[in-house]
Write a protein that binds this ligand. Structure first.
Ligand SMILES: [Fe+2]
Ligand SMILES: [Fe+2]
Length: 413
């Protein structure tokens, strides 16, 4: 039986079915769990959560607190109310990139935990927790809707060891941003996000020594890795609840190329769905911009340039152009040299031209040293300076580059 009780009546051994309130305010990333650790109880009591639903069939019941039991009994329409409790108000009003970055950092962290759990469960042969995946997609969709740049920029930053999980989060955010650019409706946006989040779940079925190999794969190992779309499809079909058909399609087809040279089925242009084409673009961008054990990620602007070179034959042109429009020719975090000889990092896009983003200038090549950082909108009518070209971050001693654009300490390098 499900009972709604006050947090002060929670004791170890109870099975927490649902925490009342928004997932973002929860101190835990899990949606339901057996509460056994006294530390978790402290965490719960110190949080903003005031009430929880417990499942007495899976854990300890409420005893001795008469008042609380009566309250629990008053909650007759348990299932209906539970649904209502889960339907949390969504926030999608536009905010600035700087403002959303703060919140996006928390969403990234919780989503990474959730994806670590989903991959771990899949590796042990257990069903995908679709409810948890849906919460992650909802938070990411809302963040990208409030501001299309913050989360996609932050999710690019990864440690080599959390690559697979953060890659899922990043591709989810990129899919939503791209979907918005393509004018998709809310339900399709959520499906695109879910597809991005789950596209590589088949990697949970790959041997760890191949998945985590620090270096180039042999032909044999590559042949093994090529099975991950099919394995992912199988894992998603066995999820605890049905996932969106788009999610299964993207999982199976995100490595197809329009010229037919992709895998697993070698589909050509018109045989590949719009969503799988979106998946292909978002997947490649995040893979090449991310740090891996054997190589550092490329600069975002340089990655867009490289992808434009490969676009013919690999990507759908219309989808790729929309992708560039959503991110910019110089995406947030790109290192650029100005015509004036100063160096800066892109901190936002402008409403004007894709070639005139907002840049934080922080270095002078004429004096060869740092200058006090200054933010300039290159699209402003009176502005004289312009971007002369991209710069390779690896060629410059700027270990705080990511902190410079994100404003978040601890995101350096
Ligand atoms: Fe993949
Ligand atoms: Fe991928």
């Amino acid at each position: 039986m499900l009972k709604k009780i006050k947090v002060e009546h929670v004791v170890p051994g109870m099975y927490i079915q649902e925490l009342c309130g928004s997932w973002m305010e929860h101190p835990f990333w899990r949606t339901h769990f057996l509460l056994n650790d006294p530390k978790e109880l402290d965490t719960l009591r110190n949080s903003s959560i005031r009430e929880v639903w417990i499942d007495t069939a899976k854990g300890r019941d409420l005893e001795g607190a008469g008042e609380a039991v009566m309250e629990a009994e008053r909650e007759a329409q348990v299932q209906a109310s539970l649904q209502a409790a889960a339907a949390v108000e969504r926030h999608q009003e536009p905010v600035s990139t700087a403002e959303e970055l703060q919140r996006a950092a928390t969403i990234c962290q919780k989503s990474r935990h959730a994806m670590t759990s989903i991959f771990g469960e899949a590796r042990m042969g257990r069903a995908v927790d679709t409810e948890l995946a849906r919460k992650v997609v909802e938070e990411i969709t809302d963040s990208v809707t409030r501001n299309s740049r913050a989360l996609v920029s932050l999710a690019r930053l990864k440690n080599a060891d959390d690559y697979t999980y953060m890659h899922s989060v990043a591709v989810c955010a990129l899919m939503v941003a791209l979907g918005r650019e393509l004018g998709l409706e809310e339900a399709e946006l959520m499906a695109a996000g879910e597809a991005g989040l789950m596209h590589d779940i088949g990697k949970a079925a790959m041997p760890l020594e191949v998945l985590n190999k620090p270096g180039k794969l042999t032909d044999e190992e590559f042949a093994v890795m090529k099975r991950h779309p099919g394995e992912g499809y199988r894992i998603l079909q066995a999820a605890d609840e049905a996932l969106h058909p788009i999610t299964l399609d993207v999982c199976l087809h995100h490595h197809e190329k329009v010229d037919g040279s992709g895998y697993p089925e070698g589909l050509t242009d018109e045989q590949i769905s719009l969503f799988a084409k979106m998946g292909a673009v978002c997947d490649v961008y995040d893979a090449i911009t991310s740090n891996r054990p054997y190589k550092n990620g490329w600069d975002p602007g340089e990655s867009i340039r490289k992808m434009a070179e490969w676009a013919d034959g690999h990507f759908d042109t219309k989808v790729f152009h929309a992708f560039v429009k959503s991110l910019g020719i110089y995406p947030v975090g790109s290192l650029v040299r100005m015509a004036s000889g100063r160096i800066g990092v892109v901190v936002d896009q402008s409403d004007g031209s894709l070639l005139k983003p907002v840049v934080k200038i922080f270095y002078s090549t004429s004096s060869g040293c740092r200058i006090p950082p200054r933010i300039v909108d290159l699209s402003a009518p009176h502005h004289q300076d312009a971007i002369a070209g991209r710069e390779d971050p690896a060629a410059w001693p700027f270990p705080d580059l990511d902190e410079l654009w994100s404003g978040l300490p601890g995101h350096a390098g």
